[in-house]
Design a protein around this ligand. Structure first.
Ligand SMILES: *Cc1c(COP(=O)(O)O)cnc(C)c1O
Length: 206
């Protein structure tokens, strides 16, 4: 957890624990880290069950949100970083009302043409923003983005800044951006949540 000392105070650290065991999560939690991110639903639920006595742990869902999992995601995660469409956001809002939950939401935005990544197109997000703001029982905290692999440092900064500017224009505080390979650029561009896996836990087997 050396990395924590290097970060500016307004930058939060999400420890991405996918691929690592509940035992390994406990070790990191012991070092003062409470926020954990998981991208595979069933894997996450299994670990949460094993770790249910650790009340200070906060769980963030960062994987693709499948519509048929929305209720369980709302029941089990405080944050959802990866809401990638208006339809899913609408469903999350309806389900949250029924469940009497208020998840903290990041809207995933697609800022490059990477076909492997989903997310809101920025134009669509701006057009729908007035409707989005009306959704009940959710709190939209910010935007999330994943940069394509293999970009130069400069290109990474440029894309991350697009996310920051879009968030600012919507008066959103948070930008969930920056992974183990590009976190420094993300900090420079104004990230407020770094999602770091391998830097914290080591290399994953997948
Ligand atoms: C796995 C994952 C991360 C962390 O990746 P590292 O390169 O190990 O830091 C961050 N965000 C998402 C959405 C992920 O799936």
């Amino acid at each position: 957890m050396q990395i924590k000392k290097k970060l500016p105070q307004n930058v939060n650290l999400l420890a991405v624990s996918k691929g690592f065991s509940s035992q390994e999560i406990k070790i990191i939690n012991n070092q003062g880290q409470n926020d954990f991110g998981e991208s595979r639903f069933q894997e996450a639920i299994n670990k949460q069950q094993l770790l249910k006595d650790f009340k200070n742990m906060k769980w963030h869902f960062i994987g693709r949100v499948q519509s048929n999992k929305i209720r369980k995601i709302v029941q089990n995660f405080e944050y959802i970083h990866s809401v990638d469409s208006y339809e899913k956001l609408s469903k999350i809002s309806n389900v949250s009302l029924e469940e009497q939950k208020k998840p903290l939401i990041m809207l995933q935005v697609k800022l490059s043409d990477d076909p492997s990544k989903g997310g809101f197109n920025s134009q669509v997000l701006l057009e729908k923003w007035d409707q989005i703001k009306e959704f009940k029982s959710i709190e939209i905290k910010g935007l999330m983005t994943i940069n394509p692999k293999g970009l130069s440092s400069k290109e990474n900064i440029k894309l991350f800044k697009k996310c920051r500017i879009l968030a600012d224009s919507l008066k959103l505080h948070d930008c969930s951006m920056g992974m183990s390979g590009d976190w420094e650029e993300a900090v420079e561009a104004g990230s407020t949540w770094l999602r770091l896996g391998s830097i914290i836990f080591g290399n994953r087997s997948y």
